[in-house]
Structure formats: structure tokens, C-alpha cells
Unconditional design. Structure first.
Length: 401
């Protein structure tokens, strides 16, 4: 996630803040210990949709519940049946969703407070510089590439069908599932109900956006119970990330409700056990966020130092804001294909450590609307480029003569 100029985005796309907070929630279990100072790696399709393009799930008519007041020292709670605030939320939820209050109380009441989820939800210590080269190396590496090749070979027909039906390239789907879970190998070991209840009712107050985050997780908990009730999945049995992201594509409950599809034709949506359902669901997710078939995600860019106005180019952050002409007028030099680009561009800056201290100069690229769409899965340009490059590298391997 590029933190620079984030406020500039807010007026343009208010709901981005939701996507950002959602993205913050996720750090893949497998990568968490590796480099906590890097950009938060991950997943989160929880990505609360910017503009909610496809709100399939009925929204509760009532306003979001008021934050429960702490009713007992959090440390004393082991299961949420002990929390009057959680039980009051259960009653409200049951009423809003038309669910059996006793069932909802039992489900939330059996949720255990999960201290690890609390710890992991705090922001990582901020490094002075991010490091794209180091971040990239975590994902574009031999184990993941081999697993990606196997995944592509095994699911070639489904990937081709997804590309045909949704217009989303197989390489992007392969990149996402590889970065998220190493092709189903790391889908998370937290009980989803524990993770969601803990972050809904005990989100750490020291977090700068604690109240908004707690509200987000209360909404996800509600979606989770609605989803499991509707589908017959056992809410006490499902496992996922510390933030409640589930299955091969690490969908948050709200994303599952809106975007998950049955793509293997067994009439069930199962992102835990069906990689083919995951393939179709990731494609559906990107199509819903406006993926434009055939449009590149980014172009190379260099600079004309005589006319360069880098501050202006970086001000809108990852939001494509410049025509190819205005990009060039501010000193960003594009190659022939990019000069013909229809639509807006963003100057994407990826740091490579501290240039004054052994690091390299930043990496720059011209991001298109499709690059922006990739960041709807996780609001991070580092994440997006890792997904794109992993997918393209795997594609080159599987298509090698
Ligand atoms: Ca299915």
C-alpha cells in the first residue's frame, strides 16, 4: 500500500477508505513473520467494494449498530457468551436478518476471544522505506512458481472458461490465488467465528481507526452468520485468516456473499474445497470491479527531467487521473503503445529501500484503470504488481515451447 497522498483520494472515492481498512486487516499467515515492516501483504478481498457495485446481499434496513460499550474487562472474556454487548449485538442481528435469536446467540456465544487476532490487527511498525524488490521476492520464487504451474496445468479448462466468460485473464486469477494462499496451501487456521467476534468486540483501541475497524468486523460477522445460515455451513467449523478471510481466494464474508459463484457446476459454492469455484469467483470479483478485457495493467515509464513535475504526477496516488497527453506534459515519458492508451493513467511509485543506505531508486510504472481494479482485491500497489507479475511469470512457464 502506498501511503503517500492517501488523503487526496478520499474526496474522490470515499469508499476507498473501506477498501483500505479492509486491506489492512489481512496479512497472510504464511507471510506475516517474514517481513512485518514491508507493505502489508495481502489479501483482502474483503475489499469493501468501492461504490458497492453489486450489493447482492440485502443491506440491513437499520443503521449500523452502535459500538457496544465495554461491559467487562476484555481479558476476562474467554467466550463471547460472557459479553452482554456481544449478546445484545446477537439479538439485534437476529432481528435485522430474520434469524432465530437463540441460534445467533449460541453461535456468537461460542466464539472464543482470540488474542493473536488482536495482536495481528495492529499496524506493523512503519519502515522508513518500503522495498518492492524484497516484497516481490517473497512471491516470485521457485516454490510458488512450481505450484502455479501445477495449478495452471490442472485447471487449464476452468481458467480458459473464466477468461472467456468474464474477460479476466487466467494469469491474473493464477496470480491472485498464488499470492493469497499459495494455491490453497495456506488458507488460515483461525476459526472464522473467533476471528470475527474478537475483532468486532475487542478491536484494539490503540489502532488509529479502531472504531471504523470494529464496525467493519461487526458487519462481516453479521454477513458470516447470514451466509452460514443460508448455506448450511457450520459457523463453528470454518477456518480462515486471523481477520476471517476464507478459502482459496481469501474472501471475507461480505465478498463471499456478493461475488462467490459455483463454477464447477455442483450447485454449491465452496471456496474451501473447490479451486474451480475459486477461479470463477475471482474472475467474477474483478469483472464486478470494472476489469476491462484487453487493457494492459501498466506500461513502462521514464522521465524527462526538464519538464518533470513528479509531485503533481504522484498526487492522485494509485487513482488513474491523467490522460496520456497530460502525463507526457508533466514529464512522464511513455513508449509508443502507451501513448495510444485510451483512458487515464496513474504514476505508480514502488520504493526499493533507502537509496542513501544500500537501497535502490524506486520503480515507476504507468498504471491503468485495470491496475487500479487489481488493487480492489487489496489496496496496495505492491500487492497488485506482485499478483500481476506472479501470474505472468507462471504463464510464461506454462506456455514455454
Ligand atoms: Ca461448486
Amino acid at each position: 500500500m502506498s501511503t503517500r497522498s492517501r488523503p487526496a483520494l478520499v474526496p474522490a472515492l470515499l469508499s476507498l477508505s473501506l477498501a483500505w481498512t479492509a486491506a489492512q486487516a489481512q496479512t497472510p499467515v504464511e507471510t506475516t513473520p517474514v517481513a512485518p515492516t514491508l507493505v502489508p501483504a495481502t489479501p483482502l478481498p474483503a475489499a469493501e467494494p468501492a461504490g458497492e457495485p453489486l450489493a447482492a446481499e440485502p443491506r440491513p434496513a437499520a443503521p449500523p449498530p452502535v459500538a457496544p460499550a465495554p461491559t467487562a474487562p476484555a481479558a476476562e472474556i474467554t467466550v463471547y457468551a460472557e459479553s452482554p454487548a456481544a449478546m445484545a449485538f446477537a439479538d439485534d442481528l437476529a432481528q435485522r436478518r430474520g434469524l432465530d435469536p437463540q441460534w445467533v446467540r449460541e453461535q456468537i456465544g461460542a466464539a472464543r476471544r482470540q488474542p493473536t487476532a488482536i495482536r495481528l490487527s495492529l499496524p506493523a511498525p512503519r519502515a522508513a522505506y518500503k522495498n518492492w524488490a524484497a516484497y516481490r521476492a517473497r512471491f516470485i520464487e521457485p516454490v510458488r512458481l512450481r505450484a502455479g504451474q501445477r495449478f495452471w496445468d490442472t485447471h487449464r479448462a476452468a481458467l480458459e472458461r473464466a477468461e472467456r466468460e468474464y474477460g479476466v485473464p487466467a494469469s491474473l486469477i493464477v496470480g491472485v490465488i498464488g499470492v493469497e494462499t499459495l494455491y490453497g496451501q495456506h488458507t488460515g487456521n483461525f476459526r472464522v467465528i473467533d476471528a470475527l467476534a474478537t475483532l468486532a468486540f475487542d478491536f484494539p483501541a490503540s489502532h488509529p481507526r479502531a472504531e471504523a475497524r470494529a464496525e467493519f468486523f461487526r458487519s462481516e460477522l453479521e454477513q458470516f452468520l447470514s451466509l452460514t445460515h443460508r448455506t448450511g455451513m457450520d459457523p463453528q467449523a470454518l477456518r480462515g485468516s486471523y481477520a476471517g478471510a476464507m478459502g482459496w481466494p481469501q474472501f471475507m464474508p461480505s465478498s463471499w456473499a456478493r461475488f462467490a459463484i459455483d463454477f464447477d457446476g455442483d450447485s454449491k459454492i465452496d471456496l474451501f474445497n473447490s479451486p474451480v469455484d475459486a477461479i470463477g469467483s475471482v474472475a467474477n470479483y474483478f469483472k464486478a470491479y470494472g476489469w476491462q478485457p484487453g487493457q494492459p495493467t501498466h506500461y513502462p515509464v521514464s522521465f524527462d527531467l526538464n519538464t518533470l513535475d513528479k509531485d503533481a504526477l504522484l498526487a492522485p496516488d494509485i487513482l488513474p487521473s491523467f490522460s496520456a497527453e497530460s502525463f507526457a506534459a508533466k514529464g512522464a515519458v511513455l513508449e509508443a503503445e502507451a501513448k495510444k492508451h485510451i483512458g487515464k493513467l496513474a504514476l505508480i511509485e514502488l520504493q526499493n529501500g533507502d537509496p542513501a543506505n544500500g537501497g535502490s531508486a524506486p520503480t515507476y510504472l504507468a498504471g491503468t484503470d485495470n491496475f487500479y481494479v487489481v488493487t480492489r482485491y487489496n489496496w496496495s500497489s505492491y500487492y497488485a504488481l506482485a499478483v500481476i507479475e506472479l501470474g505472468q511469470t507462471v504463464e510464461a512457464l506454462v506456455k514455454r515451447p
